[in-house]
Write a protein that binds this ligand. Structure first.
Ligand code: OGA
Ligand code: NI
Length: 370
């Protein structure tokens, strides 16, 4: 470590830098709008130890490093077709923790409008947008940059708005006007898709098709829409640090830009944008209740000089509402040879622990292992 670095460290006041940024209430987009050409130090990340699959490995059959795309078309037209889909969902959930779905029933026009609504929210007049800026997580709508800004090692190159959509439906005037109508419409459709997917996942676990729905997996829905501005020095920072999701399941809508990657066999694998598709991933709580049968897999989003990139992540979780319901490994899945690997918890307890752990480090699930 050289003398210059030591001097830098002595004079660098991270807390002030973060606070000044937070107080602008304009997020990363505000920095880009102001014309910065260098990434501020609070966003600088440490190099990641894992390499990218595509650039490091031959993949002649193009399947070793490609996430399954599952066509849901046939699930209601005969038990044979449904069984095939269930088999694919099982394989993907056990091996990848991620898959994409097509013919999922949500019209392409609704997906497009949800992405447009996201852009409209972030690109509206900053003074109007600022009204939504808060770190009070009890609010129905929480717009800010980096939920873990004050605790994370480095900040992510993105802004996020969280909206609690279920179990208590918002009244329209609680939602930002820029995307209000589409947010309500999109959430309704995602809720329906959630019931379908939890049905398939139940069957994939060998359970009654209603099992995951009956224990309340689809009850809570938090929709988070993200904005990843184009970055002047993308190699110095990251759009979203490596993390797994804290919920039961996530339905992710991404635009055409790309940058989402999952960690598979210790390699970063791209989740390529597929027009009209939705990305589905298993969350920590489903890994916990499936006793590790299904995997909650680490993922990240690269920063890019192309942008803005927008995405909408719908989290099935009741982490934002009080509930005393207890979740542990599902009894039907346990045996003498397969004893419970996790202790029981509530969604709230798990979410609080997850938020305190923050993005970028070890999985929060480890704290619940027996
Ligand atoms: C998330 C997430 C990925 C993306 O919100 O948890 O992983 O593409 N988002 O924005
Ligand atoms: Ni995620």
């Amino acid at each position: 470590m050289g003398a210059t670095k030591a001097t830098d460290d002595e004079t660098y006041d991270r807390t002030t830098e973060i606070k000044t940024f937070d107080e602008t209430k304009a997020g990363v987009k505000g920095l880009v709008d102001a014309g910065i050409t260098k990434v501020p130090r609070m966003f600088h990340t440490q190099p990641d130890p894992f390499v990218q699959a595509s650039s490091s490995h031959d993949d002649p059959d193009k399947t070793r490093f490609s996430i399954p795309v599952i066509d849901l078309q046939g699930i209601n037209s005969g038990s044979e077709q449904r069984r095939e889909v269930v088999d694919k969902v099982r394989g993907a959930s056990e091996v990848w923790g991620f898959f994409q779905v097509v013919n999922h029933g949500i019209p392409a026009s609704v997906l497009e409008e949800m992405l447009d609504g996201t852009r409209r929210f972030y690109e509206q007049d900053t003074e109007v947008k600022k009204e939504w800026y808060t770190r009070d997580s009890s609010k129905r709508v929480v717009y800010n940059s980096n939920f873990d800004l004050y605790s994370a090692g480095s900040a992510n190159w993105r802004d996020t708005t969280y909206c609690s959509m279920a179990p208590h439906a918002p009244s329209p005037d609680e939602l930002p006007e820029a995307c209000r109508d589409i947010l309500i419409e999109y959430s309704e459709q995602v809720k329906k898709l959630g019931l379908t997917l939890f049905g398939l996942l139940s069957e994939a676990l060998g359970l009654n098709p209603n099992h995951l729905n009956e224990i309340g997996c689809p009850e809570g829905l938090a929709v988070l829409y993200h904005y990843y501005p184009a970055c002047p020095e993308p190699e110095l920072t990251i759009g979203a640090s490596k993390h797994s999701d804290s919920d039961f399941m996530t339905v992710l809508l991404q635009d055409h830009i790309g940058g989402l990657q999952i960690l598979h066999e210790n390699l970063w694998v791209d989740v390529p944008p597929v027009p009209g598709a939705l990305v589905i991933n298993i969350g920590d709580l489903l890994q916990l209740i499936s006793n590790d049968r299904f995997k909650s897999v680490a993922h990240r989003v690269l920063a890019s000089d192309v942008g803005p990139r927008v995405s909408v992540a719908s989290f099935f979780t009741t982490g934002h509402v009080p509930s005393s319901r207890i979740y542990g490994p599902i009894k039907e899945l346990l045996s003498e040879d397969n004893p419970a690997k996790y202790r029981e918890t509530t969604v709230r307890e798990y979410s609080v622990h997850y938020d305190a752990t923050g993005l970028g480090g070890k999985s929060a699930l480890l704290g619940f292992r027996i």
